[in-house]
Design a protein. Structure first.
Length: 362
């Protein structure tokens, strides 16, 4: 019931890769499920945002999904085929994971706000409220698709959609689709859609394809750049802005098919299409915004964690702890917004929060 309050030590909000990693480490440290910690997730089923990924995103087209601690992803696959949809294989893995480690995940429970309640934090949900000593926030980005505010957007008479709502290329057949965005999702969807219909690719900046190997060291250097930003209270940058785009065989094939030609960002949208500053116009039937996501953090607004510029200053070993309120950690955010980053951040947040709150642990 909505009015009832329960007490626990730590609430993990979100059961994606980041939340499950944190929950695993809280349990390993000896916190009791229920009294010691709970996990709340607003989705009706396991899988974090992976359950919503488009059907053509398969295990062969994802970058890489890292194992959660303690159970290998490969061991949970019914078939080793890479054609398996990520939206099925990952939720299956997460469901087995929650069961294997008996993690106390409550769903569907939507956290609506977190407020300070003296020494404690009050977590209000659509079903009940909780009083906790600390929070590990792992709410991801899927619920916060970002579309830039271009003049005339509401006037366009064609269809506009975001990566978040994409299902399949086939539905665009016979239409001129403008794909906006310079990230990996934009490239993948451009590839798919350009096989069935006419496309135009628009990016704010000249796409930057990285050369050479992208090894662990390069990955660490990229993460460090984003980490430096959040330690200074700046908003995190997109991963591609620091890593560049991979030049894969699929991208090479796109180049050979002539679909990689890119136009700069348009300055306005009309009923029929796009207009550039130099007066150039282009008719379009569909605008597909592959313009990324922001962190889903609205429920934390009552805590005033943001700096004037809009970022949240993070501190701690892996920059997960909120400087303005050390009872709160953000995982899967900024430098840890990847499956490997989420794993590491979950671990660091669990151990730092246990120490910070002086909770008994093994
Ligand atoms: P999520 O998986 O989004 O989980 C967040 C959970 O929080 C959800 O279950 C949601 O229901 C819940 N939640 C949100 N708000 C609330 C609320 N208010 N109350 C309760 N619950 C809430 N990373 C890689 O490493 N490799 C890849 O190949 C890769 N491909 C990607 C492809 C796409 C299209 C996208 C968008 C991202 C990709 N990433 C990839 C990034 C990666 O998916 C995430 O960074 C990583 O999985 C960490 O997820 P998470 O736990 O932070 O979030």
């Amino acid at each position: 019931p909505a009015g009832v309050s329960f007490k626990t030590d730590i609430v993990v909000i979100g059961a994606g890769q980041a939340g499950l990693s944190a929950a695993y480490h809280l349990k390993q440290a000896g916190l009791a499920p229920g009294r010691g910690f709970v996990v709340l997730d607003e989705n009706p089923a396991a899988g974090g945002a992976w359950q919503f990924r488009w059907p053509s995103l398969t295990l062969s087209t994802v970058n890489r999904i890292h194992d959660l601690p303690g159970l290998a992803f490969a061991d949970t696959l019914e078939s080793r085929q890479t054609s398996v949809q990520a939206s099925q294989a990952v939720p299956h893995y997460f469901a087995l994971y929650e069961e294997r480690f008996q993690l106390p995940v409550y769903r569907p429970v939507q956290v609506q706000s977190v407020t300070s309640h003296g020494e404690r934090l009050k977590i209000s949900t659509d079903r009940f409220s909780l009083l906790a000593q600390g929070i590990i926030n792992a709410t991801g980005t899927w619920n916060a698709p970002y579309v830039p505010d271009i003049p005339g957007r509401e006037r366009f008479q064609g269809r506009q959609l975001h990566t978040h709502d994409y299902h399949t290329a086939a539905e665009f057949s016979g239409q001129h689709v403008v794909i906006v965005g310079g990230g990996i999702s934009a490239l993948q969807l451009l590839d798919e859609i350009s096989h069935v219909t006419r496309t135009t690719w628009v990016t704010r900046q000249e796409p930057w394809f990285r050369s050479g190997v992208f090894d662990e060291e390069a990955g660490r250097a990229a993460v460090k750049q984003v980490e430096d930003r959040v330690r200074q209270g700046l908003s995190p940058k997109s991963v591609v802005s620091v890593t560049g785009l991979p030049f894969t065989p699929a991208v090479q094939a796109m180049q050979e098919r002539g679909v990689l030609h890119r136009l700069p960002m348009f300055s306005a949208i009309t009923e029929q299409g796009l207009v550039w500053d130099d007066g150039r116009e282009l008719q379009a039937d569909v605008i597909l915004w592959c313009t990324g996501f922001r962190s889903s953090l609205d429920h934390l607004d009552p805590l005033f964690l943001r700096e004037e510029g809009g970022g949240i200053t993070l501190t701690g070993r892996l920059a997960t702890q909120v400087a303005r309120d050390p009872r709160i950690h953000l995982v899967g955010h900024g430098p840890s917004a990847s499956t490997i980053g989420a794993n590491r951040a979950g671990r660091a947040a669990a151990s730092e929060l246990i120490t910070q709150l002086n909770l008994p642990s093994r």
